[in-house]
Design a protein around this ligand. Structure first.
Ligand SMILES: [Zn+2]
Ligand SMILES: [Zn+2]
Length: 311
């Protein structure tokens, strides 16, 4: 017999979730979360010094920047939190650029991240490091879960509840469905560039490896570190109702996302690095887009609002 508490719990979870990821997609998640990571840790020391050229590094930096900003400016600040408004072309461009990070199709990304904010560091948060307790063993387990363990969870966040606006947009549904082909593009385009720049098959191979596979893995772990490290350690100058923190060593690589304490205190703010010296590349790009007239109604933080949010 089900108790009332269990029935309530089941009902609540069914509104949070929308079934399980299908087996082929689950296998793909395992492959794309682990194989690039293995390439990053195992092959980099082997190939460094002889199997990498300047063309590979420049190309890797380029694809890293585009896909990272696609996630931070597009998936995160725009689609998830609505920190500015824009037109159809920019919407599609941001959704495509974010998809090149291979962090899952856009509708899943947005639904998961809105659920993270709705339940941050409480039951229902898809990737809180604090779900298992505070003993040293529980924290190790929590770190692993928040960093990448949660990726392998087959439960899918309910999109009708968390991302109905995205679901209602045919362009977003199309980019979502094209996630597979866009994954092929993000890995094969660097191979094409490498081959053409060096005019050699070897250049195509190293381009694929460094600017494709290794770049994807590196950005995965930077993004996942915001979920894990930035909910565990760092400074908390603002009043958030969770354990989010500012972790400065990740500020540049995460393009401003590591100022995570301000972000949870004021989720719709277009700028996360609001204090003196807090570099926020994503906010700077939004500012440039605003000056060019490509985005509007940007939610810049006012000093009055910030002083209210101070811890
Ligand atoms: Zn967070
Ligand atoms: Zn957020």
């Amino acid at each position: 017999m089900t108790t009332l508490a269990e029935a309530k719990d089941t009902r609540r979870m069914t509104t949070l979730l929308e079934g399980k990821r299908k087996m082929p997609a689950q296998v793909a998640v395992y492959i794309f979360a682990t194989v690039p990571a293995i390439a990053l840790v195992a092959a980099v020391p082997v190939l460094w010094g002889w199997g990498v050229g300047w063309a590979d590094l420049i190309s890797a930096a380029f694809f890293y920047t585009v896909s990272c900003l696609g996630v931070t400016v597009g998936f995160h600040r725009y689609f998830t939190h609505g920190s500015f408004k824009t037109g159809r072309a920019m919407r599609i461009a941001l959704a495509v650029a974010g998809s090149l990070s291979v962090q899952g199709p856009v509708l899943h990304w947005v639904a998961d991240h809105r659920r993270h904010h709705a339940f941050s560091d409480r039951e229902g948060d898809p990737h809180s490091p604090w779900n298992f307790g505070t003993s040293p063993a529980a924290l190790v387990r929590g770190f692993w879960h928040a960093h990448m363990g949660w990726i392998f969870d087959r439960d899918l966040t309910n999109r009708q509840r968390f991302a109905p606006d995205m679901e209602a947009d045919p362009d977003m549904r199309l980019v979502h469905r094209l996630f597979g082909p866009l994954t092929a593009v993000t890995l094969l385009l660097p191979a094409l560039v490498g081959g053409l720049v060096t005019w050699s098959w070897w250049g195509a191979v190293t381009g694929f490896f460094w600017a494709g596979v290794v770049r994807v893995a590196f950005l995965h772990h930077v993004t996942w570190s915001v979920n894990s490290i930035c909910h565990m350690i760092g400074e908390r100058p603002f009043a958030a109702r969770d354990r989010s923190a500012n972790f400065w060593p990740l500020a540049i690589l995460s393009m401003g996302e590591a100022w995570h304490n301000l972000h949870h205190a004021d989720p719709t703010s277009a700028r996360h690095g609001v204090l003196r010296g807090q570099v926020d590349v994503s906010a700077r790009l939004i500012w440039i887009f605003e000056k060019l007239g490509w985005v509007h109604d940007v939610r810049w933080p006012s000093s009055r609002r910030l002083s209210r949010l101070r811890a």
